[in-house]
Design a protein around this ligand. Sequence first.
Ligand code: CTP
Length: 209
Amino acid sequence: MSHILITAGPTREPIDPVRFLSNRSTGRMGFAIAQAAAEAGHTVTLIAGPVELPTPPNVRRVDVVTARDMLAAVQRELVQADVLIASAAVADWRPETCSSTKLKKSGMNGVLRLVPNPDILKTIRPQKGNRRFIGFAAETGEPTAEAGRKLREKGLDLIVANDVTAPGAGFAVETNRVTLLYPDGRREALPLLSKLDLARRLIALLPAL
Ligand code: CTP
């Protein structure tokens, strides 16, 4: 049995006490992976951005808000893990400053300055050791070229590519249609599956990675 670390959901990057930048991720795919991993008897730690989902049974959950919080949690929790499955939709940019008081429209000029967030997978790559890393690539349109680039750049053992605009795939639906890409160039297009069935297939693949 392995100790599996999973990231899920969006991150939220504050602008002021009432506003933030984020994305449409609901966390469903990552929570389904956590459920499937726990059902298979693995030890599971789930690092979750702000989502509206119950914690699956026998899963240890760590809640985070920003990409930098998520990175810190991954760095801390990775030490005990054998496998990392990064399904979170991490915000690539954050506001340069976060105002401690609500911004007033009269005091704004229409420009919000952004700075890049750290790439979690690239940052922790030096700590990979013998661990297996699985990533996700959510693209609009044919995903495999971009997913192949991410697989190489992030040093992954498997990437799960999906076109979030395809029927039955993407955010806030219970199904997903993905293609698996491996570092040796192998590809496997899976049929439309429920997110839980896809999660079970991914967990079942782990011994072969
Ligand atoms: N990811 C990450 N840190 C980030 C952004 C993404 O670790 N700051 C991870 C995601 O969890 C996912 C993989 O990298 O497993 C690909 O994420 P994606 O958002 O598809 O790609 P990006 O690296 O953001 O690239 P691009 O903006 O070019 O699509």
